[in-house]
Design a protein around this ligand. Structure first.
Ligand code: UDP
Length: 321
């Protein structure tokens, strides 16, 4: 197959490129490098892999046939989308429109990277795909949540109105190598802070929960969904739920760091709990995560230690209220 991946130079996009190349497919990778970097893809350059710097909110011209489009372009860390609110809304709306238009023109299968954020601060726990969510449209996180909800609606409209062959994956918190040190998400922040000997910044009392999926598991689920004939949304995430405070303790243990814990205010609309119900993925894709948190964290810590040895470990990004 020949597939186009938007947001290919980002954390998940680049791992997805690796996966499609490993399976022998050709990949056209596009990214505007706002939050991604071509360094994540440097090892793939060559036959069967094209990298184009382009903003998917602008008209996308791709010569030749395409069998699939995976739309992964978007800031995805809260610190990124709070800093890039308009770009986030544009890539979820205009960018999804361009990517769907291209899928229609090429008669390519389309997979939307959606998110657990469509459930907002959930009132149903764990979250099945049938839950419609609890999102504040006018809060700071609304720029991401509503962009992704709009993207899902547009994807379904292209399916119904134009017969585009679509898939929707709802991605839950994912971590692993190639997260940026300054990404701002909790796993990279805690590891970078621990390695730098700085306090670990726990927002609120650390009693909020998240369920963390190692990147290889996430990519396996997304790949299976893309190859399947499942058209409704599918949660792909790890259902093992942890307190943010517990994660901080685990990072301290695994890094051997003596950093302290510093509590900062909880960001506005920060979801109090999050855990995927993965019944659909289990039953329809025969998929479930394989990598336990301890193991995945150890691999991620190793990655950040590598950056530190090469003096590439920048500062974490911390929200200040
Ligand atoms: N968080 C934290 N310290 C940090 C970064 C994040 O305590 O330095 C918390 C954040 O408030 C949230 C959870 O960790 O409750 C996960 O945040 P993240 O930004 O990773 O992603 P989210 O799940 O909120 O999209």
């Amino acid at each position: 197959m020949r597939v186009l991946i938007t947001g290919a130079a980002g954390f998940l996009g680049s791992h997805l490129c690796d996966r499609f190349r490993r399976e022998g497919h050709s990949v056209v990778a596009i990214d505007n490098y706002i939050t991604g970097t071509p360094e994540n893809l440097a090892h793939l350059l060559g036959d069967g892999f094209e990298l184009v710097q382009h903003d998917v909110t602008e008209y996308v011209h791709v010569p030749g046939a395409l069998d699939g489009i995976l739309h992964f372009a978007s800031p995805a860390s809260p610190t990124d989308y709070l800093e890039l609110p308009i770009q986030t809304l544009k890539v979820g709306s205009l960018g999804t429109h361009k990517a769907l238009g291209l899928a229609k023109a090429k008669q390519a299968r389309f997979l939307l990277a959606s998110t657990s954020e469509v459930y907002g601060d959930p009132l149903v726990h764990p979250q099945p795909e049938s839950y419609w969510g609890n999102v504040n449209p006018i809060g700071p996180r609304g720029v991401y949540d509503e962009a992704k909800r709009f993207a899902e609606a547009l994807t379904m409209a292209y399916r119904r109105a134009h017969g585009v062959d679509t898939r929707i994956v709802r991605i839950f918190n994912t971590y692993g190598p190639r997260m940026r040190p300054g990404d701002g998400r909790v796993v990279s922040n805690f590891i970078v802070q621990a390695l730098r000997g700085e306090p670990l910044t726990v927002y609120g009392d650390g009693g909020q929960t998240r369920s963390f999926c190692y990147v290889s598991d996430e990519v396996e689920g997304i790949y299976r969904l893309f190859m399947s004939d499942i058209t409704g949304p599918v949660n792909i995430g790890n259902p093992n739920e942890f307190l943010v405070g517990e994660l901080a303790d685990l990072v301290l243990e695994l890094t051997g760091s003596s950093s302290e814990i510093r509590h900062l205010p909880l960001p506005e609309d920060d979801p109090k709990v999050r855990q995927p119900d993965i019944t659909r993925a289990r039953e329809l894709l025969d998929w479930e995560p394989q990598v336990p948190l301890r193991e995945g964290l150890a691999l991620t810590i190793e990655y950040f230690r590598g950056l530190q040895e090469r003096k590439l470990l920048g500062s974490p990004t911390v929200l200040t209220g």
